[in-house]
Design a protein around this ligand. Structure first.
Ligand SMILES: NC(=O)c1ccc[n+]([C@@H]2O[C@H](COP(=O)([O-])OP(=O)(O)OC[C@H]3O[C@@H](n4cnc5c(N)ncnc54)[C@H](O)[C@@H]3O)[C@@H](O)[C@H]2O)c1
Ligand SMILES: O=c1ccn([C@@H]2O[C@H](COP(=O)(O)OP(=O)(O)O[C@H]3O[C@H](CO)[C@@H](O)[C@H](O)[C@H]3O)[C@@H](O)[C@H]2O)c(=O)[nH]1
Length: 494
């Protein structure tokens, strides 16, 4: 395979990289490194043979705009995918640990702390087989001071440990824009020990990124600051979404419009306009888990007020999801038992097939528990994924058989909407903006409703077509029938 350094001292430059974890981060990140650094051999290893087979096939395991082309260009030249983790590690100058760090579901810190089982397992694998000089890089999102545990495992298990340098290099890519984010990052963060050996390792990793990232965008700092900055970045981003979502509830109750408020607020250059899009709630594999991680770190440091402060971002997100689901039930005469409802979008955001923590999961679970039949359409999410998410323990109170009975997935939105009482938009896919709603309403039951959880549709036009509509962060003027919907006297037919 590759010619890595066999000496105990740092090489002049990195010639061989191994990334443990061929997921949403490891896959795209290594494709870009291979693409931008043709002289470096990049091997992505994973213990999951199915994932590796997919990376070696024509249908990659994840969808990201632009990724397929880059992988096809580099694969077999300087980009390789393998299940042989040890071989990858032995042959590398630099090893990325890019494995999953989900929220713990057991034991101490259950429901809060990051589960570092996979990171520890990587550290033990490296300690068990690596020799010579190695730079080991935490790419996974970890709690502050995790690098100290990795170094301790090296020290206790490897005779070569004194030649291993541990760096923190958190990833900031967002799904759906991973390739663009990696090619043009706001910053690359590298944390390391501020010793001569630590600074030498930082310089080696900096040189890799310098192939395509401008020097002023590569920020170096101490290891703990780097680890903590990743958690704090996600906490700040999620906090903005929860803040605007909290205001969306006020808009719906008062007639203020959330887009107008967001524009007015975002025009202040101290605040900025990004991440102010009100929604049915944030999802994705990172925000909730990383805030919970921060909450747990704060609790462990005996800072309960700090923990509660950040926890409120998640409380607000849960409120937004359930508020939206309850509004659907309320508008459909407080009973949706056996009513068909079309669901547009199941991914946690557009341009990805990822459903981890998608708000669609909890909204759909709520509607299913109320007895609705759901016709679900998403351009990138497979049927098995939808069923597995909805049947996951703790998501929906119904038994699997009943869920499978109530859920139908559709290959096109028109068939999903036919004979339904309502369309519920849960992901902001662009294609939903240009569908033929005039044709769609003709196939629906009346009153035909649209519930827009992403505020992406033209509601004036929908109302002209005869739809009744609800939209996150806005209150529309309605026919008389609708005006009574908010009142306590509104009849319950259930
Ligand atoms: N998904 C994102 O957009 C994103 C962005 C920035 C940071 N992160 C962070 O990056 C890390 C990875 O996230 P992801 O979304 O790529 O996860 P993922 O679940 O998609 O991929 C992780 C991969 O690691 C593999 N793995 C686990 N233990 C292993 C081991 N011992 N040996 C070999 N392979 C092993 C798994 O099989 C899996 O394929 C997490 O810490 C996450 O918080 C994710
Ligand atoms: O104004 C906004 C922006 C986002 N969202 C929602 O927030 C969630 C997260 O979106 P986004 O941050 O774009 O996607 P992620 O892939 O989860 O990326 C976040 O999490 C990654 C994992 O840590 C980080 O690397 C990224 O920097 C960070 O943006 C999604 O459900 C979005 O729909 C909104 O509702 N309104």
């Amino acid at each position: 395979m590759s010619a890595c350094s066999t000496e105990n001292k740092a090489p002049e430059s990195i010639r061989s990289i191994c990334c443990i974890g061929a997921g949403y981060v490891g896959g795209p990140t290594c494709a870009i490194i291979a693409h931008k650094c043709p002289e470096i051999t990049v091997t992505v290893v994973d213990k999951n043979p199915i994932r590796i087979a997919q990376w070696n096939s024509d249908k990659l395991p994840i969808y990201e705009p632009g990724l397929q082309e880059i992988v096809m260009k580099c694969r077999g030249k300087n980009l390789f995918y393998s299940t042989n983790v040890e071989e990858g590690v032995v042959n590398a100058d630099l090893i990325f640990i890019s494995v999953n760090t989900p929220t713990k579901t057991y034991g101490a810190g259950k429901g809060r702390a990051a589960d570092l089982t996979h990171v520890e397992s990587c550290a033990r694998i490296i300690a068990g087989c690596a020799s010579g000089y190695k730079v080991v890089v935490e790419k996974s999102t970890v709690p502050v001071r995790a690098a100290a545990s990795i170094s301790e495992i090296f020290g206790a298990n490897s005779p070569a440990a004194s030649n291993f340098q541990v760096l923190s290099n958190p990833e900031f890519l967002a799904e759906g824009t991973a390739v663009a984010d990696l090619l043009n990052p706001d910053r690359v963060l590298i944390g390391g020990s501020q010793t001569p050996a630590g600074l030498e390792a930082i310089a080696l990793l900096t040189a890799v990124y310098s192939h395509w990232v401008a020097p002023e965008r590569i920020v170096t700092m101490n290891t703990w600051s780097s680890e903590l900055s990743k958690l704090v970045s996600n906490a700040f981003l999620a906090q903005r979404v929860s803040s605007i979502n909290a205001v969306s509830a006020i808009c719906e109750a008062t007639g203020a419009d959330i887009s107008e408020v967001a524009e007015a607020v975002g025009r202040d250059s101290r605040i900025g306009s990004k991440f102010l899009q009100a929604s049915v709630g944030f999802g994705g594999s990172c925000f909730q888990k990383d805030i919970l991680n921060l909450v747990y770190v704060s609790e462990c440091l005996n800072l309960p007020e700090v923990a509660q402060y950040w926890m409120q971002v998640i409380v607000m997100n849960d409120f937004q999801k359930s508020r939206f689901a309850k509004k659907i039930v309320s508008r459909l005469f407080n009973t949706i038992s056996n009513k068909a409802i079309a669901v547009f979008g199941f991914a946690f955001k557009k341009n990805t097939g990822d459903t981890r923590e998608s708000p669609a999961i909890s909204v759909c679970a709520h509607l299913l528990e109320e007895g609705a039949r759901l016709n679900i359409y998403d351009p990138k999410v497979e049927t098995e994924q939808i069923l597995s998410d909805l049947c996951h323990p703790g998501v929906c109170a119904l038994p699997r058989e009943r869920i499978e009975n109530l859920v139908t997935t559709h290959a096109d939105p028109h068939s999903a909407a036919a004979n339904t009482h309502a369309i519920v938009v849960l992901t902001e896919w662009d294609e939903f903006k240009t569908l033929d709603y005039e044709k769609m309403i003709k196939s629906m039951l009346r009153p035909a409703w649209v519930f827009d959880g992403r505020k992406i549709l033209d509601h004036e036009r929908l109302m002209d077509l005869g739809f009744y509509t609800e939209c996150i962060g806005h209150r529309y003027q309605r026919p008389q029938f609708y005006d009574h919907c908010n009142g306590p006297e509104f009849p319950h037919f259930s």
